[in-house]
Design a protein around this ligand. Structure first.
Ligand code: NAG
Ligand code: NAG
Length: 436
């Protein structure tokens, strides 16, 4: 691919490409070939549209000249009326054009068929591709709708795969869409989408790992907004691979707390898929069976909402579980100003032993020789019942424990850096918080 073409497609490919098997390359060629045919068909259609417009314009002009010269103005008025009621193909706003795309289904290239995908999957063990794709347009539209108004906004899509959610996003005509995809086999299909939507929006395809992606640099034209202002016009949307979804979410919450990354633009929102059980944990209120540290961590900085459940059978390949779609909008006023790593550490300890008094987990924050004394002090300062179980604590109560700890360890780095897991012996933490 020449540099020019690459620029044209806004394609950024890193060089760490692994070696592909011959069968994989053959399959990619096949898909690419099919895609190329689709693009050519699209271009032919566009040329034909232009030609029709040109011929029509010429005819009207000819008749106009004729009517002027011959004085038969009625004829021209008739033609003019006809011309005006004829659907206009130019000078429409991009939103209108996109609507017509949605209406006809003709302008966006079709999704690769499930058969294409199944063949794609057969190339590697299914296990290795931990992602499950959604091929039902009504459901992908529903996910995008859950994100709220994205028209003329900036959208980062994570793990687009063959681009089914991408299509639903494009139809809403965002201003700038960046997709981050790790698997190069999906690039041809995504390029095709970029080509088909080139006239209406900017679409960048980034091949790489979302864990290394710098969202802050993704949208150079996006204005930065005050945190307390209305929601920022920035959205992260993704059908995430289950294996990294919670880790990504925790990373994003961290960025949200420091107002960096996607949150350097203001209060950007997340619309993500999780295994149903994880989705329920994220939104779980106090006393809920699903209440865990993921609930508390989310609810300190954001207002998470479980929008709807998608049955596992709607995905390809079908996962063992159902899937929940969650939206996460940052709070105007987060519930604490204590730094994220401190909050994370204390909340993790509070929830480390679900069936035991929360005092037990908190005690492990302190070295054995100070443990009893400092634990008692912590609960006294926090005004929280040390005999409560973790799921019986409100988010505010958890934060009072965090804040008490934060005050106690100030100027005491020996305690602050204490890690009861590091030294020999000690009680093992049952880490049930973020389990995937
Ligand atoms: C969506 O956001 C855009 C850009 O901020 C705005 O122009 C448009 O009116 C909004 N649409 C709706 C339905 O709110
Ligand atoms: C509605 C609209 O977009 N109208 C535009 C049509 O094109 C002319 C010239 O290109 C513009 O001046 C109009 O604003």
């Amino acid at each position: 691919m020449s540099e020019k073409q690459q620029q044209q497609h806004n394609l950024k490919i890193d060089d760490s490409s692994r070696k592909l098997k011959k069968s994989e390359i053959d399959f990619m060629r096949l898909i690419e070939q099919q895609n190329l045919q689709r693009v050519q068909k699209l271009q032919r259609q566009r040329r034909n549209n232009k030609l029709t417009g040109f011929v029509l314009g010429g005819t009207v002009f000819g008749i106009y000249l004729y009517s002027m010269l011959s004085g038969e103005e009625d004829l021209f008025c008739f033609i003019l009326r006809f011309k005006l009621t004829f659907p206009r193909s130019r000078n429409m706003s991009s939103a209108t054009v996109i609507q017509s795309i949605a209406g006809t289904g003709a302008r966006l290239p079709p999704l690769p068929t499930i058969r294409d995908l199944v063949r794609l999957y057969k190339l590697r063990a299914i296990k290795q591709l931990s992602q499950n794709f959604l091929m039902d347009e009504r459901l992908t539209n529903k996910i995008v709708k859950a994100a709220g108004n994205i028209t003329d906004h900036h959208v980062l899509e994570v793990g687009p795969g063959p681009g089914s959610i991408t299509r639903s996003i494009i139809r809403k005509a965002p201003r700038h869409l960046v997709v981050v995809e790790k698997d190069r086999r999906f690039l041809p299909t995504l390029e095709l989408l970029s080509e088909a939507s080139a006239g209406f929006l900017r679409m960048d395809i980034v091949r790489g790992d979302i864990l290394q992606f710098q969202t802050e640099q993704a949208f150079p034209d996006c204005p930065r907004q005050e945190w307390h202002d209305k929601r920022a016009p920035v959205h992260i949307i993704g059908n995430l691979p289950f294996a990294i979804s919670t880790r990504l979410l925790i990373n994003w919450l961290h960025e949200m707390s420091t107002r960096s990354g996607a949150w350097s633009f203001g209060r950007s929102s997340l619309t993500l898929t999780f295994q149903k059980e994880v989705a329920e944990r994220i939104v779980a209120p106090i006393l809920s069976e699903r209440r865990c540290r993921l609930s508390v961590m989310n609810q300190i900085w954001s207002r998470p909402e479980l929008k709807f459940i998608i049955p596992g059978k709607a995905f390809v390949p079908k996962p063992d579980v159902d899937v929940g779609v969650v939206t996460i909008v940052p709070l105007k006023t987060p519930l604490t100003t204590v730094p994220f790593p401190v909050v994370e550490k204390v909340v993790r300890h509070i929830f480390s032993m679900r069936q035991k008094y929360c005092r037990r987990g908190v005690a492990n924050l302190y070295p054995p020789e100070l443990r009893d004394e400092l634990t008692e002090l912590t609960f006294k300062m926090a005004d929280v019942d040390p005999l409560a179980r973790s799921f019986q604590l409100s988010t505010e109560e958890c934060l009072r424990i965090v804040e008490a700890y934060d005050r106690l360890v100030k100027d005491r780095p020996d305690i602050e850096h204490y890690n009861h897991r590091a030294p020999k012996g000690g009680e093992a933490l049952v880490d049930e918080g973020y389990v995937e």
